[in-house]
Design a protein around this ligand. Structure first.
Ligand SMILES: Cc1cc2nc3c(=O)[nH]c(=O)nc-3n(C[C@H](O)[C@H](O)[C@H](O)COP(=O)(O)OP(=O)(O)OC[C@H]3O[C@@H](n4cnc5c(N)ncnc54)[C@H](O)[C@@H]3O)c2cc1C
Length: 392
């Protein structure tokens, strides 16, 4: 029997057609500009230094990729959300450690600030969209992780000055050191409320530094009677008590972006696995000829295709005006767990070779695990879906 002619098309690639030129131009940017820079990094697996990430952010913003879904009046390119998802997919698939820095993530323009007052948009959001500044989100507390709005951090108004006084302890905050802004969620009369705290505020202190398993540090943020002006509430007076709703909306898009990145990482890992299986010989045969190896790679291929179709279909629904939290939860759950399994299998295919420090799969094995925790754990995604199914 002759093998069917290869078409070069996968089922999920059909959904990429609309933004193919944009993705190709991003991939060319990664290849021509970011890969040579990444070659200067001392060791794969560490977070690239901030000066390099800052350069990548600004360059990518100038080219229209970074924060590209923001409207032009906010300094973005006004691209549809599906295009953003495809760029994150391409970043993950590139295997380039600098590619994620070229796209807005948890350090970039926050959806919370999209609901800011016109002054807050001008002062804080626009420089974030241009990649000139970074921020962090201080939401999680020692006793409030998944149950994120079970806050003990408080904000009270000083009647004498009108200032807000923030007190509390935040934990596991990405990018807290060096961020120009800390977006703090604290309770005002028990209701979650977002505040902007500018760098240098004497009441905001970095406490413990946690070395993460994939090189990205997390920080404890201590709010020790941090005084911020009356207009530091995100969204002004209307923003008091509004962080819960704002947070839920913004998490949906954040989850889809994570899903897209995971699909790309999984494709990259699979390509590594297939390439190795075609070359490596054992017992006189290429290992790809053995069914146990094929099982790892074919199962991965099937799972990636399914995950990618789900992610891109959900992204298209966002563009069509349907932003159902359970869709984003389904996609994030599927893609992050798929990526963990695929990277694990690709590592198995590589034997000891992939286990060596400096090999891309060794890094990805550590890196991809965080995808099942950030933007809500896999269990929490299941809780969201179960609720949408009328359970619990
Ligand atoms: C790399 C990384 C970056 C992060 N960046 C930030 C950041 O920038 N800002 C920030 O504020 N936070 C950040 N976090 C914290 C993150 O949001 C929390 O770790 C996450 O929400 C889970 O909270 P937790 O760790 O307290 O776990 P817990 O909530 O204590 O959960 C422990 C276990 O119980 C499960 N569980 C909890 N509730 C339920 C339930 N109802 N049903 C079933 N299972 C449940 C969880 O899924 C998990 O398996 C980051 C975390 C990581 C790993």
């Amino acid at each position: 029997m002759t093998a069917p002619a290869a078409t070069g098309r996968t089922p999920s690639s059909v959904l990429e057609d609309e933004h193919r030129d944009l993705v190709a131009s991003f991939e060319s940017f990664v290849r021509r500009e970011l890969e040579p820079l990444a070659a200067e990094l001392p060791e794969s697996g560490e977070l690239p230094p901030e000066d390099m990430r800052g350069y990548v952010r600004r360059r990518s913003a100038a080219l229209g990729f970074y924060a590209g879904d923001h409207p032009e009046e906010l300094g973005g390119s006004g691209m549809p959300f599906t295009a953003v998802a495809l760029l994150h997919h391409a970043a993950g698939r590139s295997g380039c450690p600098l590619a994620p820095s070229a796209l807005a993530g948890s350090e970039g323009p926050s959806p919370l600030l999209r609901r800011g007052t016109p002054e807050q948009v001008e002062r804080y959001l626009l420089p974030l969209v241009r990649g000139e500044t970074t921020r962090c989100l201080a939401l999680t507390e020692p006793q409030a992780g998944s149950d994120a709005f079970h806050l003990t951090s408080t904000a009270t108004r000083d009647p004498a000055t009108g200032e807000w006084v923030l007190r509390g302890r935040k934990t596991f905050v990405s990018n807290a050191e060096g961020a120009d802004l800390t977006l703090v969620v604290a309770a005002v009369d028990g209701e979650p409320t977002g505040f902007v705290v500018e760098a240098g505020n004497p009441g905001l202190r970095i406490g413990q530094r946690y070395a993460g398993m994939s090189g990205e540090p997390l920080y404890e943020v201590l709010l020790e009677d941090a005084r911020v002006p009356a207009d530091a509430v995100i969204g002004g007076e209307e923003g008091i008590g509004a962080a819960r709703g704002d947070g839920i909306d913004s998490l949906s898009r954040g989850r889809l972006v994570v899903a897209a990145m995971c699909d790309g990482i999984a494709e990259y890992a699979l390509a590594q696995g297939v390439g190795y299986a075609r070359e490596r010989r054992a017992f006189g045969e290429r290992i790809g000829a053995y069914q146990h190896i094929q099982e790892h790679l074919v199962t991965s291929r099937a799972e990636i295709e399914a995950a990618k179709l789900l992610t891109l279909a959900c992204a298209r629904l966002v563009d069509a005006g349907t932003e159902a939290p359970e869709n984003a939860a389904l996609a994030k759950l599927t893609s992050s767990e798929t990526a963990v399994r695929v990277v694990d299998r690709a590592l198995r295919v590589h034997g000891a070779t992939g286990w060596v420090r400096g090999h891309p799969l060794e890094f990805l094995y550590r890196y991809v695990r965080m995808m099942t925790v950030i933007e809500g754990t896999s269990e929490i995604q299941k809780v969201i879906v179960a609720r949408a199914m009328g359970l619990g």
